[in-house]
Write a protein that binds this ligand. Sequence first.
Ligand SMILES: [Ca+2]
Ligand SMILES: [Ca+2]
Ligand SMILES: [Ca+2]
Ligand SMILES: [Ca+2]
Length: 496
Amino acid sequence: MKKMKGIITTIFLMSLLAISSVSASIDPVVTETGKISLSVDGLGVYPESSGTIQVEKPAGATVRKAYMAAATIWSGSRLTTGDIKIDGVDVVWDIEVYKHTWNYWADVTSIVKSKIDAAPAGRVDFTITEADSYNIEGEILAVIFDDPNLTTDNTIVLLFGAQDVAGDTFVIGLAEPIDKSDPNLVLDMSLGISFGYQTSTQYTQYSIVEVNGKRLTSSAGGSDDGEATDGALLTVGGLDDSNANPPDPNAHGDSTSPRYDDELYDLIPFILDGDTSINVYTQNPSNDDNIFFASLFLGSTTAVVGEGILLAPISASNPVGSQHTVTATVQDNQGGPIGGRDVTFTIVSGPHTGQTGTDQTDANGQATFTYTGTSIGTDVIEATMVDSQGALVTSNQVTKEWTGAPAAPAVFANPIAAFMPVANYHLRQVNTCLECIEENLPEDVPKDVQALLDEMQEHINNANTTGNSIYANNELLKALKCAEDIEEKLGITCPL
Ligand SMILES: [Ca+2]
Ligand SMILES: [Ca+2]
Ligand SMILES: [Ca+2]
Ligand SMILES: [Ca+2]
């Protein structure tokens, strides 16, 4: 049984529909891209009814979004508004999922943002209060920061629901192929699990995770962020954990290290250079772990999980007067291409704001939009489509910087088909001179130089339009003479 409560955003609407159509699995509920970072922490308390959950605030960062996920004990009772409080403020649930436990999701941005934004960099503490501590296993707080100190666009995906113990797969589609040589590349995944119990005498409860068909861990679970007692069993990869992977992906832990795995993972070893998707499979053979949360931090990467739309390239810079093409890729829940889907492209800010275009995806799920830059500045472009659930889905945003055109001498020489080889030789010389003059032309072109450029252009035009190669050659020689004069006036020597 699922129920939606509260005010929901577009992205929530998408995910709610996804959750209600898929029986009890984790699904993406939030995808954010930009100069953003992520803080995740968990808490499980019992017999106490309150404890501290933390946020790590980067210097100068502000909260973009914050979410709480919570779970009850196995076969527990439903929660209602205020059963969990953050600093005394009632958490109002947006999504409720039941499988073996009641799992909850809430947008808590309005509760935590002002305190975090006002706090100095570092740890910020929040007091969590549980109305019935035994019934509530624990909480996860995930905060997405706008971080002005970042230089790359990152993607953060948060997934919520309830894992199918028999096995669930989700696919992360990437806007651009993975570039493993990129020093900023980060592909960290964390899992949030409740009712996991791993002690020095009990380490047979675990979940396995496979990435692109390769085993990542066989020891996910435990009460790393809580206590080893019912009512406090919670773990999530996050603060004070390491993205180092379990050394032996097949080990279940032992009496000395029952909690062999902190649920924070590095997916880079599991992907290949050029990969455009990541396949994650989770399963719980012991049938008593509730995997209800996952986060993905994709540093220097833009991505989408589930049915969605990606726009590329992420950024580009060219002089005005040139054309720019962006490509949208539409994928289904399995990461496969969706063809025949209408895509609308919109320039949402910048000098070309308001320009739009539409295209339909091809068999590769791709649609394109091309426009010519006429003004200097940076455009922000996005693409939208209506997904199979009828919800409007917006892509990541990409930027296009239009720079000042190189001081254009207003002359050009194109390859001329009618030319004899000798004329082509002179054509190459003219082009070489033009390039050199262009590079050395001052911003304010002197009148006498402009006159010579105009004359040069005329000779080139004559060469271009005649069918007579001898005449064309003579015109090019005259153009070269102009170039010589221009060089003299500019005080430069161009190679021939
Ligand atoms: Ca509790
Ligand atoms: Ca942890
Ligand atoms: Ca663990
Ligand atoms: Ca780890």
